[in-house]
Design a protein around this ligand. Structure first.
Ligand SMILES: NC(=O)c1ccc[n+]([C@@H]2O[C@H](COP(=O)([O-])OP(=O)(O)OC[C@H]3O[C@@H](n4cnc5c(N)ncnc54)[C@H](OP(=O)(O)O)[C@@H]3O)[C@@H](O)[C@H]2O)c1
Length: 288
């Protein structure tokens, strides 16, 4: 078993599932030392791996039958991932659980769809996890604005988004890798509510106890902000595209597939905010 993106939101939770069950696995990261420190567990064989460096492919795929594949948002072009798929095939990998996006089947221009098609054409067994926006994104691109400016700064207008908790996605990835979901299938993973960013700001305000205002930036304003924050332009524009594309209505769809696989309701936004409440609050020591 190999997990790519092991230091990412889904990857690290997925790793936790394997560790909890005492199942050994290999992880692939550009920073294997960071992964070792993160988990500090002999069950993980941490290997150095970079999609953009084909020299790093050999050592990670050796002896691997199943792969959890994350396409890093930072990689704009699809070619390094396609090259990785060829290397995996040649090394004998049989099954891929791929972290894709909601609506990928309708958006052939997306790298995710191109990767899905290549996985199928190379003859892997597969599960595509077509996930809606992660609640955990609030802990990444939005954390500074929420903590420091009491703002939610997402260019989604008043679109409804069926946010899902990446911990639920990780659990489903684990079940898929364990053969507990149908093979050669794509599952739509959403939460049970589609919320506007105004509603998300209300939930944040209620749970944090300080007013968080949704500022509803234009795409241009959002990109300017990302630029000042030091994000790469590729990363910023991909992030902006995800949110602005939610205005086309794709992200408001609610699917019951996550609930069916988990055999429980997926987590709600309020539960997510409660669980991570401390991360959203500026501590007194931060104010000094
Ligand atoms: N965020 C969402 O709301 C959301 C929703 C649905 C689907 N998705 C999809 O999920 C995927 C990951 O999303 P994210 O950006 O939010 O992930 P993330 O959690 O920030 O994780 C990205 C991972 O990619 C790894 N990585 C980055 N560059 C790499 C490289 N050159 N070679 C090898 N590993 C590399 C990083 O690991 P190291 O730094 O340790 O190498 C990190 O673990 C994307 O394809 C995204 O479209 C995201």
């Amino acid at each position: 078993m190999l997990i790519t993106g092991v230091t990412g939101f889904v990857g690290r939770e997925l790793a936790g599932w394997f560790l909890d069950k005492g199942i050994p696995f290999r992880s692939a990261s550009r920073h294997p030392e960071a992964a070792r420190l993160l988990f500090d567990d002999p069950l993980i064989d941490c290997k150095q791996f970079d999609f953009e460096n084909s020299q790093s492919y050999g050592q990670v795929f050796d002896g691997i039958k199943s792969l959890f594949l994350t396409r890093p948002t930072e990689i704009k072009h699809v070619e390094p991932i396609i090259e990785t798929l060829y290397a995996a095939k040649e090394a004998g990998v049989q099954k891929i659980v791929f972290l894709s996006v909601l609506g990928a089947e309708r958006m052939s221009f997306l790298p995710h769809r191109k990767i899905e098609k290549k996985i199928i054409s190379l003859g892997f067994d597969y599960t595509f996890l077509r996930a809606s926006s992660f609640m955990q994104d609030l802990l990444k691109s939005q954390l500074y604005d929420i903590r420091e400016r009491h703002q939610l700064n997402i260019p989604a207008g008043s679109a409804e988004i069926s946010f899902i908790d990446s911990r639920d996605v990780a659990e489903i990835a684990f079940l898929a890798l364990m053969g507990k979901t149908p093979v050669n299938d794509a599952v739509k993973l959403t939460g049970k509510q589609a919320l506007t960013c105004y509603q998300v700001a209300d939930i944040l305000s209620e749970e944090i106890g300080e007013e968080i205002k949704y500022v509803n930036p234009t795409k241009y304003q959002f990109l300017q902000d990302c630029y000042h924050r030091g994000y790469s332009s590729d990363f910023a524009s991909q992030l902006a595209n995800v949110y602005t594309s939610s205005k086309n209505g794709i992200s408001r769809r609610i699917s019951l597939e996550a609930e069916k696989i988990l055999q429980r309701e997926p987590r709600y936004m309020r539960e997510f905010v409660r669980d991570y409440r401390n991360a959203f609050i500026k501590r007194n020591s931060d104010r000094a």
